[in-house]
Design a protein around this ligand. Structure first.
Ligand code: GLA
Length: 752
């Protein structure tokens, strides 16, 4: 029997990694004063295990009770051996402490004297609560280490799989716990990963936000006291992303050392960062469990979601590694192909749907270059507001008397794909489904679950619920040959239970499984993850989805930081980015059409506006950007992302460079008026130093900029040729830009 947080992932680990200067935190066996008896290294096993990536090495030492990360960072010379490394282990022991220094190993436990968050907290009736795991077996196959730990007294076995992806330099850790006893074992906490932090890592950067303002960075010192960033929203959430960076104080876009950690999980989780009193520090992450939520039956295995991490130099290097890893190992294959331009109906029509308006919207969207039309919320019975209808997944005959066929045919007549919005996990109390099956919602008997957006959450881990949803969605996908589903999830889970016991950790894997079943049945179907914007963005859901509706906020000024934060961990081609109305519906701010289009070009380009009301100039402008997107998208879906250092925080700049190095597009956004009269030069990144590039203004907004410039830098009007070295070191002179404007710079490799 397999009980798991995350059935679909074959790899889970709890482990330690290291940075560019990691001193092993453990004392070697012969130096260890008093607990030799607990050291169980088998004489025939190596003292160190080594994994190598293109630029990183990970060494696991095997001379403590449980293995420890001896090194994670830059790739070590091939001849570095265990004996040499042992000389660098921190063996100092202070007075007035335990007689032996407690290890900070890959599975830290309180029984060793370790005072941080243990890897496991659990309970078996009538048995000691303490654990004492030691190594049973370690096996290396290529770049994968499988470490088996056992605690004979507690009758528990832990398997940790630690892998280093040789191409991207991203490591994965997967942990599973087996109950080898004859009675239930209740798990209160099982860390997916525990990673020691290098001594010089003093800062921690987390990502926070709210609806309409996702992925905002927050940097703080790793000072005294444990930092606990816990998410209880039952989805990845707007409030805290499962993305964390620990870093040296000098970390910047280009410099300093950083550990990026991500937990691939769309439910509750906890990240713990702590500097212990002996100066060592660690980061730990795992699923946050409710009381009694995970009870592992005799013989059963509980598997944690995978944790992903890398240590590199500067934000960009770590970001690029994560993008490379996601493209190889996480995202569906279709994300590697040029992405079509979307037109979504939501902000154009909201719930006010009818065939004629929709067809007119399709016509207008086709004129500005849309290639996929997505019918958003409002197409099913009683869905005239957000108070009713969720759960009844049939086409509303009052709104669409002939079903969706006339609309779908119209969409196809423009050679466009058709997408449809669903919110499968949800139900309105005012729906036929709820009236028939009130017992299908997550709840606790006798406690009223608070509504959010007038809806409740279905217990998708129930087979009958998941079968119902599969049948509804699958038959519509077949009937209308739906190409694409916008899969929404618009509320937090509050006390998700089956009436009696917690169910929150069951929900994400049940949703992944439902998505996968649909994909298996309809192999060309593409799914987008939406959750009131970007509240479900993680490697767990991205395995099935491959595109995220980044935020409901499409104001380009707000999108600047939202998208920058998104791209820090996730590839930009996954990021749904649409051109919205002049006056953004979420902020009321009016922005120029060029700004909106340039920012949308940072991700998968599309429209979230009423294209019927665009004037001729707007259509011409949008036509320019859709052509630009189509011209470059073949390389954009694999582009290398560079955040650019800017001279002022009011300037946000980033670039996408083709893997061949032949093309690069850089967007520069000015959030507000600068204090200086001129913005100076903007240094670009990612070009080849010794090559020549033709630099031109790719955005068509010279007329917008002109009135603010007594003299405009030459390259804005006519392209110039310069060397990669100068473009990256001196930079290109920026025109004077009005507040809230943006420009797009194109660099093309000059042949000859
Ligand atoms: C959520 C999504 C929006 C839209 C609405 C429809 O808020 O984020 O894009 O689909 O639901 O109700």
């Amino acid at each position: 029997m397999l009980s798991c947080f995350f059935k679909l992932t074959p790899i889970v680990i709890s482990f330690y990694t290291f940075g560019t200067l990691f001193h092993c935190l453990y004392i070697s066996a012969n130096q260890r004063p008093s607990i030799k008896a607990t050291i169980t290294r088998m004489s025939n096993t190596p003292a160190y295990y080594r994994l190598d990536g293109a630029a990183s090495s990970l060494l696991l030492s095997n001379h403590t009770q449980v293995p420890a990360v001896a090194w994670l960072g830059d790739r070590l010379e091939a001849d570095v051996d265990g004996a040499m490394l042992a000389n660098h282990e921190d063996s100092a022991l202070a007075f007035a402490n335990l007689d032996a220094r407690a290890p900070l190993d890959i599975f830290p436990q309180l029984s060793t004297g370790y005072m941080g968050s243990p890897a496991l907290a659990g309970y078996r009736q009538n048995a000691p609560v303490a654990h004492s795991f030691s190594t049973k077996h370690i096996e290396q196959t290529g770049q994968l280490l499988v470490v088996v730990l056992e605690d004979v007294k507690s009758q528990l076995e832990v398997v940790q799989k630690i892998a280093l992806d040789s191409k991207s330099d991203v490591c994965t850790v997967s942990t599973s716990l087996k109950n080898a006893g004859s009675t239930d074992y209740r798990v209160d906490w099982l860390a997916s990963a525990t990673l020691p932090l290098p001594n010089h890592f003093s800062d921690c950067i987390s990502q926070h936000g709210r609806w309409g303002l996702e992925n905002q960075s927050y940097r703080r010192a790793i000072g005294p006291g444990r930092i606990d960033i816990s998410n209880q929203h039952g989805r990845t959430g707007h409030e805290h992303g499962p993305n964390l960076i620990c870093a040296s104080a000098d970390l910047s876009v280009d410099h300093g050392d950083a550990l990026f950690v991500h937990l691939g999980w769309s439910g509750n989780y906890s990240f713990r960062i702590e500097r212990l009193h002996d100066g060592t520090a660690y980061l730990q992450c795992g699923v946050l469990l409710g009381p009694g939520e995970e009870v592992v039956a005799p013989g059963a295995v509980l598997t944690c979601p995978t944790a992903y991490f890398t240590i590199g130099h500067g934000l960009n290097q770590c970001t690029q590694r994560f993008h490379s890893f996601a493209r190889q190992h996480i995202l569906p294959a279709w994300t590697r192909t040029p992405r079509p331009i979307h037109a979504n109906s939501w902000e154009a029509l909201y719930f006010d749907l009818n065939d004629n308006d929709l067809k007119a919207l399709v016509d207008a969207a086709a004129t500005i270059g849309a290639e996929r039309f997505v019918l958003d919320d409002g197409w099913f019975p009683a869905r005239r507001t957000d108070e009713a209808g969720l759960g009844d997944w049939t086409v509303d005959k009052h709104v669409f008397p002939h079903g969706l066929t006339p609309l779908v045919e119209h969409v196809r007549s423009h050679n466009m794909q058709f997408g449809l919005w669903f919110e499968p996990e949800m139900v309105n109390p005012d729906s036929d489904l709820f009236r028939k099956h009130p017992e299908w919602v997550l709840h606790y008997a006798g406690i009223e679950t608070p509504l959010a957006r007038g809806q409740l959450v279905l217990d998708v881990a129930r087979e009958d619920v998941s079968n119902y949803l599969f049948n509804c969605i699958s038959s519509l996908v077949s009937e209308y040959s739906i190409d694409y589903i916008k899969w929404d999830m618009n509320r937090d889970l509050v006390l998700p239970g089956d009436g009696l016991s917690p169910r929150s950790s069951k929900q994400p894997q049940a949703v992944y499984a439902l998505m996968q079943r649909l994909i298996d049945t309809h192999p060309t179907l593409q799914i987008e993850s939406c959750s009131s914007g970007g509240a479900r963005t993680d490697f767990g859901v991205l395995k099935q989805t491959g595109r995220v509706w980044t935020s409901d906020n499409i104001d380009p000024i707000a999108r600047g930081t939202i998208q920058q934060g998104f791209a820090r961990f996730f590839p930009p081609e996954v990021m749904g980015a649409h051109v919205g109305h002049k006056e953004a519906h979420l902020t009321g701010r009016s922005t120029n059409l060029h700004t909106r289009a340039i920012i949308a070009l940072q991700g998968q380009f599309g429209f979230e506006l009423d294209a019927r009301v665009l004037n001729k100039d707007d259509v011409t402008t949008l036509h320019h950007y859709t052509q630009l997107y189509k011209q470059h998208r073949s390389w954009l879906s694999n582009a290398i992302y560079w955040q650019l250092p800017t001279s002022d925080n009011l300037l946000l700049a980033s670039g996408l460079v083709s893997t061949s190095g032949e093309d690069a597009l850089f967007s520069i956004l000015l959030l507000d008026s600068l204090k200086t009269t001129r913005p100076g030069c903007q240094r670009l990144r990612g070009l080849a130093k010794t090559q020549r590039y033709r630099v031109s203004l790719a955005s068509s907004n010279i007329d917008q900029l002109d009135p603010f410039n007594k003299a405009m830098p030459a390259w804005c009007r006519n392209s110039i040729v310069s060397s990669g070295e100068l473009i990256m070191n001196i930079g290109i002179p920026l025109p004077v830009m009005p507040p809230q404007s943006a420009i797009l710079v194109y660099c093309a490799l000059e042949v000859n």
